[in-house]
Design a protein around this ligand. Sequence first.
Ligand SMILES: [Fe+2]
Ligand SMILES: [Fe+2]
Length: 283
Amino acid sequence: MTAIERTGGRLLAISDLHIAHEENRKVLDGLRPDSDDDWLLVAGDVGEFAADVEWALRLLKERFSTVVWTPGNHELWTLRDDPVQLRGESRYRHLVEMCRRIGVITPEDPYPVWTGPGGPVTVAPLFLLYDYSFRPAGLSQREAMEWAHETGVVCTDEFFLHPDPHPSREAWCRARVEETERRLAARTPGVPTVLVNHFPLNAEPTRVLRHPQFAQWCGTELTRDWHLRHDARAVVYGHLHIPRTTWHDGVRFEEVSLGYPREWRRWDRPGSPLRTVLPVRGA
Ligand SMILES: [Fe+2]
Ligand SMILES: [Fe+2]
């Protein structure tokens, strides 16, 4: 047994806790580490209200030695009855400052290195958003949006996720991609990564959506090869509410969402909703 293995612990992940739902708050309340060495990756959509997000992350940070968070689209909504009325970039920065106060790692912090079983890996929380490029081939962005409106499958982000001060959500996405690319290029060389993003890094996981119109709100083609380019040992994401493991070019993609009660009741999966990212079972 090596020194790394003796440290124990697991790299765990979950997303889409959606704690506005009381049943999901009960699930959150049941989340506990198996050991003091476990880390928890929280890949977005904790909730909509800034105070709720803080409450949930604070609770998790009291239990897990290290908590890493990246925002989902829901954290970035500005709802009328939230006392925090910040929009877009300033809302995101507000949430980052809150995380720093309570000791939760965000995409704006130095990437931590997991040295437990299955490591070392650089854990990179990413905030990349989407740019509507996961739309069907042959449709322009405008046509894809018209199709969504005609069929009544329009993501609520269109009403509540404001890109300020960026001119559009896609412009904010491009800025995030450029900045993140620089950060990833500057990471410790020779150490593989675990990439954590609310949205899938390529469009393949969206092919199984019941409403393919929704894919345009699910990521960006700009990151389609990031799992290869940035030497990912695993990619962790959520947003689709279709928890599963898929492989792309030999890289494991883990969709780790809890989802809404009506969804997770259907999965009928016994045990903890936390997904083990590392170590790989049987490895
Ligand atoms: Fe979600
Ligand atoms: Fe989401």
